[in-house]
Design a protein around this ligand. Structure first.
Ligand code: PGA
Length: 235
């Protein structure tokens, strides 16, 4: 089955969490990325958990940040790095992203590097730069997953066409294989929901990073049902 990464972004209120948890299905291919304050709600309940960000610095006097080591010690196993919203609101550049990935992987987290172009014209030059510079300190690529998220499709309600997803995922996989002689998971993100899951389930991505549709557990259940018959083995 393909992976389903649930990116809650800055959503859900505390009183909504009990109902969400009550209804959220269990599946070994599901990884939940709640708002940081809600991570403890998911601990010990059999979910794989991710953080939506990680500090590029080591634990210590860094007010308001959370270190990879702290996340790992809590039971978190994944972290998003370089999501387009974080890049935008924090003016984050590739140099910082590379350091975050280094910290995350050194602490035993799987870093999910989000990449994606703003316009079609710049697509491959942007993706090349984001991969090259973001993965600067990475030696073994299987410690990092890549989430390809074209900015125009995030939150738009319209996913990229399957042919284009396939073309890009294939390109990313070949780039990584050429550089690292090793494979890793490459995901697609951008308006994936139960409505298009059926159509996308046989695409070349190893899974999906889902924003909006992840806020509704019934929607997650429908997506899991669709994806249960999709390829890709668990690791
Ligand atoms: P979306 O968000 O599914 O709401 O488009 C995806 C993402 O930003 O990771």
């Amino acid at each position: 089955m393909k992976y389903l990464l649930l990116n809650h972004k800055m959503n859900l209120l505390a009183f909504q969490m009990a109902n969400y948890l009550d209804k959220l299905p269990h599946n070994p291919h599901l990884v939940v990325f709640p708002s940081a304050i809600y991570i403890p709600y998911f601990l010990g309940k059999g979910y794989r958990i991710g953080s939506q960000d990680v500090s590029s610095r080591k634990m210590g006097a860094v007010t308001s940040e959370v270190s990879a080591e702290q996340l790992k010690s809590l039971g978190v196993s994944y972290c998003l790095v370089g999501h387009s919203e974080w890049r935008k609101y924090h003016f984050e550049e590739e140099k910082e992203i590379a350091k975050k990935i280094e910290e995350a992987t050194n602490s035993g987290l799987i870093a999910v590097l989000c990449i994606g172009e703003e316009t079609k014209e710049e697509k491959y030059s942007i993706l090349t730069k984001q991969l090259e510079e973001g993965l600067k300190f990475v030696e073994k690529i299987d410690t990092v997953w890549i989430a390809y998220e074209p900015l125009a499709n995030i939150g738009s309600g319209i996913a990229l066409a399957k042919e284009e997803i396939n073309e890009t995922i294939l390109w990313i996989k070949e780039e990584l294989k050429r550089k690292y002689q090793q494979e890793t998971k490459v995901l697609y993100g951008g308006s994936v929901s139960s409505k298009n899951c059926h159509d996308l389930k046989d695409c070349l991505a190893d899974g999906f990073l889902v924003g909006n549709a992840s806020l509704n557990p019934e929607e997650v259940e429908k997506m899991i049902k669709e994806l249960e018959t999709s390829g890709e083995n668990i690791s």
